[in-house]
Design a protein around this ligand. Structure first.
Ligand code: ZN
Length: 264
């Protein structure tokens, strides 16, 4: 048994089902397996990622979820930026909707499918002691943060005692994604942040923050997607897969949370 998988299943419980890179397309209830069974493929689909640009998610020295998805379903359009925030918005979704290869079945030909992969990431180190939010990257001895943007947010709010204190972080116009990400986190999750993120257990705190990160990214994406669909121009098949990508020293795991087909 993979000790990382065991640890994640214990710590995340009913929140999501943990899948390894090796079982990503084969193990029930993998949403990717469902798509393959329904005929979604590299030849008739375009992947759209809302993921963090952190290189750890696609380094070839590691077995990563993103690289595995790319092997199966082809290259991707990017909607996301720091902490997987879907900053590309409706314009990005609309552009990507024109990029899927045609779906050809016998004589019949129509526009292809879209597969949205919505996944912030989270480091986990078990080599020394249990520690979420950090990873030892290839070629380095030290541990670094993952997701760095979310761990930076945690540092920023560490000294806040009231809701008003949360708004005191400095917004740098040269840091547009961070400004939007931090503002959305505080506007939408201030109670949880104050109530939950000051616990003594650093691992529990970081797990709660990762769940908030996921909820913000998925909720924001779904709002954008609804607005895009309301325009009424898009008639093709689409699937949305959501969860947290967990980066460990050798490989990634995926905590699968949400799956939607032709709906949000
Ligand atoms: Zn990140």
């Amino acid at each position: 048994m993979n000790i990382y998988l065991e640890q994640l299943q214990k710590d995340f419980g009913d929140w999501g089902k943990v899948l390894s890179v090796g079982t990503l397309f084969t193990q029930d209830p993998s949403p990717f397996k469902r798509l393959i069974d329904m005929g979604f493929s590299k030849e008739n689909s375009r992947m759209i990622f809302s993921v963090c640009p952190d290189d750890v998610n696609r380094l070839h020295e590691r077995d990563t979820i993103e690289n595995k998805i790319r092997e199966m379903f082809g290259e991707e359009f990017h909607l996301g930026n720091l902490a997987a925030y879907p900053i590309g918005g409706i314009t990005g979704i609309s552009a990507a909707s024109h990029h899927s290869p045609d779906y050809v079945e016998g004589e019949c030909k129509r526009s292809g499918n879209l597969i949205f992969f919505i996944s912030p990431h989270l480091g986990l180190d078990l080599e020394n002691e249990l520690l979420y939010g950090y990873i030892q990257r290839p070629g380095q001895d030290k541990l670094t943060t993952a997701c760095g943007a979310m761990m930076g947010f945690l540092r920023s709010i560490r000294h806040a005692h009231t809701v008003n204190d949360l708004y005191n972080f400095k917004v740098d116009p040269n840091d547009p994604t961070k400004a939007l990400l931090f503002k959305d986190l505080i506007d939408n999750y201030k109670e949880e942040i104050i109530d939950n993120l000051h616990g003594q257990d650093i691992n529990l705190t970081i797990i709660k923050l990762a769940k908030i990160n996921y909820d913000l990214v998925m909720t924001t994406f779904k709002t954008m997607m609804k607005a895009f669909l309301e325009k009424g121009d898009f008639k093709c098949e689409f699937a949305i897969i959501g969860g947290i990508t967990v980066n460990t020293q050798q490989e990634d795991l995926f905590i699968f949370r949400d799956y939607f087909l032709n709906s949000t």
